[in-house]
Design a protein around this ligand. Sequence first.
Ligand code: PAF
Length: 286
Amino acid sequence: MISTVVAAAEFRAFCDLQRAAGRRIGFVPTMGALHDGHLALVRAAKAEADVVVASVFVNPTQFGPNEDFSKYPRDLDGDRAKLASAGCDLVFAPTAAEMYPTNDVTRVRVAPLEQFLCGPIRPGHFEGVATVVSKFFHLVGPATAVFGRKDYQQLAVLRAMVRDLFLPITIVGHPIVREADGLAMSSRNAYLTPTQRHNAQALSQGLRAAQQAFAQGVRGADELAALVTAPIVAVADSIDYVSVADADTLVPISGDVGNRALIAIAARFGGTRLLDNVVLGEDAPL
Ligand code: PAF
């Protein structure tokens, strides 16, 4: 079975030892409940590095008071087996007390990128993500870290953090891994009833319609947003946002989207909030 460490100092020592032996480190941070999308991240890290380490930690500081922290699926043994099968070499599975000891006071914010998309709906979420990932990056040291592009805003926040804090990390954004019917893989898909699961296909259907229109020359942000929204509004319980935005700054675009733009969605199916996105002019057709 794959080695697992729970102490931050042990995790750092392992990574330091690997680098001292001349090995490049690939890092995949996760909250567990792993699916094939996570395993694709491990394989991508393996392609970039000699040794792959993954963290499994359900980070309390990125959940709001009414969110699913306590019911978030946890299966460390299952996750360890999956990570081993994908070629991961070590799992870091700390406790909350290890990551946030009682004297812990430091928080990391990338405020401008929190203003948009999920930021206003999930206050404190990106501060929690940036803080925990910053801690991980300081423990791992120089490495390549791989994140999924489904959490597009998270990736943008972490890229900015690495740039601004001069962290010795190369961030790789991995394309969204989808189920056969187009639904983006997510640990939260496990919450969906069969009907909700079926309805959730509308997310990728909407994005595909926008991609096709963009390929045919449509450039109006409102028109593209309407194409995305139409199938979703018919089946989702609510839509938090459909945003057409600058793919780097996340600032909403009104008018012409130009040659590259993000379309990001958050919508609820029952109590489950799902995300999806596409970068027009960049991502392969869905
Ligand atoms: O994307 C996730 O699973 C989490 O937000 C992360 C990056 C592991 C931080 O807790």
